[in-house]
Ligand binder design. Structure first.
Ligand code: Z15
Length: 832
């Protein structure tokens, strides 16, 4: 044991069962302040979390100190979202003390699984983009990379979704209500962030033109740190989240009677900045508060990064050698103008030098091609909220456009597309263009998406900077998504190939040869069945629907979005329902259709699709004529915690977006890694999943991205013709339009039918319907042959190693960031 441990009265570091047990009892009494008889499940969760936290603090400080002492190059991952979920299971597993903790709790008469259930799900993100950031944190720590996450400590995470009469209703997610044992408030780490005001021009000491931002409003950003435990517990990195605080003027101000209440009101308004996460996934609202959130956390993070850099350096020349800053989408792209402002206005660096440093420091990840998701802030708003940044953006733009090849070629169309300002209509700042121009590398998140970036949104920039765009196919952490979430399968895998796969997922390919082993197949099926039983119990608890464990679990879990085409899935469900009723004597493969996902509160079409799924489910689930061969469930409040139950239990993974529209997808990876077969279009990372798992082990259907593009370009698609020529589609749509699923309001689904017909079926639901139904039929047919199905499922798990976020993060580290693993140094540890 560490020599440091012994000198302490309380064993805050002991990793054995007795030490843990003593710690729990100490913490319960002296920190939670409860007697064991009075303690609730939540009290025990706080107790255990605090005791576990003790066991990582030393190594956390060792990690931070080592980075500091070695002046290591750090990478800073700036993200408006970190969808981290619960941390207790994760901390225990990565520290390697799950079993000890379970036993220690046993001895107190408690069950670890119950304690785990008392932790709120930290939902500081919407969907894929936020979860990717969380997987990257895990991988950076596990690969010993000096990586920091920077974001916002939202008081309210993503809303809680409930269904009332089948409609989505949103409730506030109060994850901090009972305190957060994982965070360390840092009231001394405080930076001012300004808004509004105006810019004054003046002459500096050598007579040069210079600018200062005056009369601005000030907010303080206060840091909260959360340790990020790498696998094995050696590296423990930091996630630093900012919370808005009113300036100290308030605390020290003295007010006459009227002014006091006004000042308090002002304080509350100021602190609203970090109150709530915007609930839109891949759509942009253009709200001023959102712009302020983006600038708030970006500015605080950059000030913190520069402060850390200046501990070892006296000028900024080597900033790019010591700091890599990754922009997770354009949300922190204002950081490019902010770093220019800090360097030029605050630190007296010349413009050209500052620009070289900025570009060499930043890189940018694009996550979508959807036009509605591309941020473009009105110039009038930006001028008001961030007047100095608007000037800087104009300056960057003028210098760039002056030198661009497009100008040389006299190509004004191209020049206007390259501009940072969209001059059409109300003038807007194109944040994607700013991010591209201010970065040395720009990446897409799957091979297909990266190619489409080159051909579409960034075609002109790609011509101008042909080396800048690169691909980094997304990945997922095998720790959370297999080792922790799927313990039956994880144990089975380890029993055959050892546990090296947890750290190096490429090793999982050794399972491929077990696909032909009948005993292994049987055990693989048994693990899946166990997970399905757990999900069935969860479904029963959440929805009251009883599902057959041995039915085909057909799963579509993701944000509700038209391009993801939950509508295609539910239409196929209606068609299958009709077939089952028409042919009651056929022996059908029992199918359970499982949906889950939130719709943005203002996305009416997505909310209507939720209601449709719930309405169809009600009819189908109560119809005795299908003999329980079809069940449909829409689980409420999909989040990371629900995903951890769902992913391991799926047989079939629905990845059915309109080709060309899903940048990557990552749920597709979680499901395939857990042994689900994919039914999907050639979109996003599905293309690469097919290459890895093999085309015989995946159900691909539908138009390709190129075909979608051609079809839309030719304008030669009439959904009415397609519907007329497909009786089962026509029947399904007629049932919806005649109110079979909504007898109380037969016209309820008119907007959906409208979109599929007169609306031109933008997402090509009708165009892909028939091919999709055939692929579904192939899946059901295969499911009858459990041996063959299991063989393919095993090959999916075995061939998904490449999709580890460890692989992704090491590609970023070597090809974009130039950061290297740094092993934490532990001061004088002696064995006893
Ligand atoms: C988001 O979750 C994604 C893209 C966005 O532009 C925004 Cl604002 C949110 C998703 C993509 O839709 C998904 O395909 C991708 O896998 C994920 O980001 C991570 O790259």
């Amino acid at each position: 044991m560490d020599a440091r441990y012994k000198s302490r009265e309380i064993e805050r570091r002991s990793l054995d069962v007795d030490g843990l047990k003593r710690s729990f009892l100490e913490w319960l009494v002296y920190s939670v302040g409860k007697d064991a008889r009075a303690a609730t499940r939540r009290d025990w969760f706080h107790t255990v979390a605090l005791a576990v936290r003790d066991r990582l603090v030393d190594r956390w400080m060792d990690t931070t100190r080592t980075y500091y002492q070695q002046d290591a190059k750090r990478v800073y991952y700036l993200s408006l979202e970190f969808l981290i979920g619960r941390l207790l299971t994760n901390s225990l597993a990565n520290l390697g003390i799950t079993d000890q903790c379970r036993q220690a709790l046993d001895r107190i008469g408690l069950n670890l699984d119950d304690v785990v259930e008392a932790e709120p799900d930290a939902a500081l993100g919407n969907g894929g983009l936020g979860r990717l950031a969380a997987c990257f944190l895990d991988s950076m720590a596990s690969e010993a990379l000096p990586g920091y996450g920077y974001g916002i400590r939202y008081e309210f995470g993503l809303f809680e979704q409930r269904f009332e009469h089948g409609w989505q209703v949103e409730y506030p997610e109060q994850w901090l209500q009972f305190g957060n044992p994982w965070e360390f408030p840092r009231p001394e780490v405080l930076y001012p962030v300004q808004f509004y005001g105006r810019v004054e021009e003046f002459r500096d000491s050598v007579g040069e033109r210079a600018y200062r931002w005056v009369d601005a409003e000030r907010v303080l950003a206060m840091a909260y740190d959360t340790p990020v435990v790498g696998y094995g517990g050696d590296t423990i990195n930091t996630l630093r989240l900012w919370s808005a605080r009113a300036t100290r003027d308030f605390n020290f101000g003295h007010f006459n009677d009227g002014a006091y209440m006004k000042a308090v009101e002002q304080k509350v308004l100021t602190e609203n900045l970090s109150r709530v996460l915007y609930p839109n996934d891949a759509t942009e609202g253009g709200k001023e508060l959102r712009l302020k959130q983006e600038y708030f956390f970006t500015s605080a993070s950059l000030q913190d990064i520069l402060r850390r850099y200046l501990q070892h350096h006296s000028n900024f020349d080597s900033l790019p050698d010591k700091a890599a800053i990754q922009l997770n989408d354009t949300h922190p792209a204002i950081g490019i103008a902010e770093l220019m402002r800090l360097l030029v206005d605050q630190h007296g660096v010349t413009w050209d030098k500052a620009w070289d440093i900025t570009r060499a420091t930043f890189s940018y990840t694009n996550h979508t091609l959807l036009p509605e998701a591309l941020e473009a802030w009105p110039v009038r708003m930006m001028e008001r909220v961030l007047p100095r940044h608007m000037q800087i953006i104009y300056e960057i733009n003028a210098k760039f456009l002056n030198r661009s090849k497009a100008r040389a070629a006299g190509d004004n169309g191209r020049l206007s597309r390259l501009s940072l300002i969209d001059e059409r209509g109300d003038r807007r700042v194109r944040m994607g263009n700013l991010a591209f121009l201010g970065s040395h590398k720009v990446n897409g998140v799957s091979a297909l998406h990266t190619e489409l970036m080159k051909q579409t949104v960034f075609a002109d920039f790609h011509a101008e900077f042909p080396e800048r765009i690169n691909n980094k196919t997304n990945g997922i952490t095998p720790r959370r998504w297999l080792h922790q979430a799927n313990q039956p399968l994880a144990a089975l895998i380890t029993s055959r190939i050892g546990n090296g796969w947890i750290k190096d997922l490429s090793q999982i390919s050794a399972l491929a040869e077990k696909a032909d082993d009948l005993v292994f197949r049987e055990e693989f099926r048994r693990a899946k069945r166990k997970n399905k039983k757990r999900l069935a119990a969860y479904i029963a608890r959440q929805t009251g629907v009883d599902v057959q464990v041995d039915s085909l679990f057909d799963v579509q879990v993701k944000r509700m979005h038209e391009y993801k085409r939950q509508l295609l899935n539910i239409l196929q469900a209606i068609a299958l329902y009709n077939e089952m009723r028409d042919n009651p004597t056929v022996s059908w493969v029992p199918v359970t259709k499982i949906f889950a996902g939130k719709a943005a509160p203002s996305y009416h079409m997505a909310k209507l699709i939720i209601k449709l799924i719930n309405d169809v489910a009600k009819v189908v689930n109560h119809d005795p004529s299908v003999h329980d061969n079809l069940k449909i469930v829409l689980l409420p409040n999909y989040n990371v915690t629900a995903a951890e139950i769902i992913m391991p239990a799926a047989d079939l993974s629905e990845q059915i977006s309109t080709a060309g529209m899903e940048a990557s997808g990552t749920g597709n990876m979680k499901l395939a890694l857990n042994g689900a077969l994919t039914i999907g279009t050639l979109d996003g990372a599905n293309v690469e999943i097919r290459e890895h798992v093999g085309e015989d082990n995946i159900f691909i259907f539908g138009l390709t991205a190129e075909e979608v593009n051609d079809l839309r370009a030719s304008g030669g698609f009439n959904p009415r013709d397609v519907i007329a020529s497909n009786p089962s589609l026509k029947r399904a749509l007629d049932m919806i339009s005649t109110g079979v699923f909504s007898p109380d309001d037969p016209h309820r689904y008119h907007p959906i039918l409208q979109a599929l017909t007169d609306g031109g079926d933008h997402f090509l639901v009708t165009a892909d319907f028939s091919d999709y139904c055939q692929a579904q039929q192939a899946a059901m047919d295969l499911y009858r042959d459990q041996e063959e199905w299991t063989r393919k499922a095993i090959l999916n798990t075995a061939n998904m190693g490449w999709f580890s976020s460890d692989r992704t993060i090491m590609e970023y580290a070597t090809e974009i960031w130039d950061v290297h693993p740094v092993k934490p140094e532990h001061p004088a540890e002696t064995e006893t």
